[in-house]
Design a protein around this ligand. Structure first.
Ligand SMILES: [Zn+2]
Length: 379
């Protein structure tokens, strides 16, 4: 029969074992469990998020909220195998708070649950965390250190006036002027193939996907020219979920971190691509929802609303950021020109890529000092 009008294929097998429980996957850390308080935070629209407070002696510590990147999680700041940012903040006299926003791989929403855009993160997740922390810390200063999409969405919250009065913000990788790396034609063709195949996630864990699956061509593509034989590493380091970009400098990772990349970064949902694409084309953080009145508090274009920023900002980026290129340098130049009244500085980290600025084995020596210096000057 040439034309098949009914779908006679067997039911699609589950793409992966999905977690449907709302409770976040347990964190991995080497802190005293008694000092770690996990708070079941609800976002402004009712979505269950994860918020973790790391307590320490002293009641006058300024608080620092840490925002992970998309598909990462609070785990990226707690690596037991290296001196991590939480260690550095505790030693520096700060109280770390870690938000797992809805794009966290500790939560189920990237794989199940309703679709969302970065508007939801900026409108519902980050303001809910800031407001909860403020209730708890009273008049103590509150800083934010944000990575990648955590920082991009923070810029939207800030320019909407939803998180006023922060003591300072450290932004890593990208802030108001996103420039995405990657071979666009390749990215679009791969995305097109996947969408045609009704795949809605790009997985990273080869062991869960198996040797022969609909994802095999994606992993094969990512393996081209790769020096490392690990397929999970290849799809992140060599291809950044099929985009052709690179997430880290390979030699900057400890072996133990390299071996748990599939735990640190989850599957990327393809349904976020249209918003990301619009942002990329605008070279600015732009709101997705144009007509839905619930989102009207967000500015249509965050860069155009940058005069609402009311706090010092430190922009940092690795000299070899293979995902966002020199977005931070560009952001510094644009803000210096358009909003000269703002307190914005830029620090480039030589020899670093993107995610390794936080999870690299030498990040405590090469990166965290810049962050602590900035916080110390403003605490
Ligand atoms: Zn590798």
């Amino acid at each position: 029969m040439m034309f098949r009008t009914t779908n006679t294929r067997p039911a699609r097998p589950a793409l992966r074992r999905v977690r449907t429980a709302a409770a976040p996957r347990p964190l991995r850390h080497r802190l005293d469990p008694a000092s770690v308080e996990e708070i079941p935070l609800r976002a402004g629209d009712g979505v269950r998020l994860g918020l973790t407070r790391v307590g320490a002696r002293g009641t006058d510590r300024p608080a620092v909220l840490l925002l992970h990147g998309h598909t990462a999680s609070a785990d990226m700041f707690l690596l037991p195998e290296t001196r991590n940012l939480v260690d550095a903040l505790l030693d520096g006299g700060y109280e770390p708070w870690l938000l797992d926003w809805r794009g966290s791989c500790r939560l189920p929403y990237n794989e199940t649950g309703g679709r969302y855009t970065y508007d939801d993160v900026a409108l519902y997740d980050i303001p809910a965390a800031v407001s909860y922390i403020r209730e708890r810390i009273g008049g103590r200063p509150l800083f934010v250190v944000a990575h990648c999409i955590g920082s991009l969405t923070l810029s939207l919250s800030m320019t909407a006036g939803l998180v006023p009065g922060l003591a300072g913000v450290v932004s890593q990788g990208v802030f108001l002027t996103p420039k995405l790396a990657g071979r666009t034609s390749l990215r679009m063709s791969v995305a097109g193939e996947l969408l045609r195949g009704r795949i809605d996630h790009i997985p990273v864990d080869f062991r869960r996907v198996g040797l022969w699956s609909k994802y095999t061509p994606l992993f094969a593509l990512a393996s081209r020219g790769a020096h490392c034989p690990d397929p999970t590493c290849q799809i992140l380091h060599n291809s950044a979920w099929g985009s052709g970009a690179s997430l880290f400098r390979h030699e900057n990772l400890a072996a133990a971190t390299h071996d748990r990349l599939a735990e640190l970064l989850g599957p990327a949902p393809l349904w976020i691509v249209p918003h990301l694409r619009r942002i990329e084309l605008a070279r600015s953080v732009v709101r997705w929802h144009d007509t839905d009145h619930r989102y009207r508090v967000l500015p249509p274009n965050a860069l155009d609303a940058a005069d609402r920023i009311d706090t010092p900002v430190l922009l940092i980026a690795g000299s070899d950021n293979g995902l966002w290129l020199d977005s931070q340098k560009l952001c510094h130049e644009v803000l210096a020109h358009r909003q000269p009244q703002l307190d914005v500085t830029y620090t480039e980290i030589p020899g670093y890529g993107h995610l390794d600025t936080f999870i690299g084995r030498g990040a405590a020596l090469d990166v965290f000092g810049h962050i602590l210096d900035f916080l110390d000057e403003r605490r």
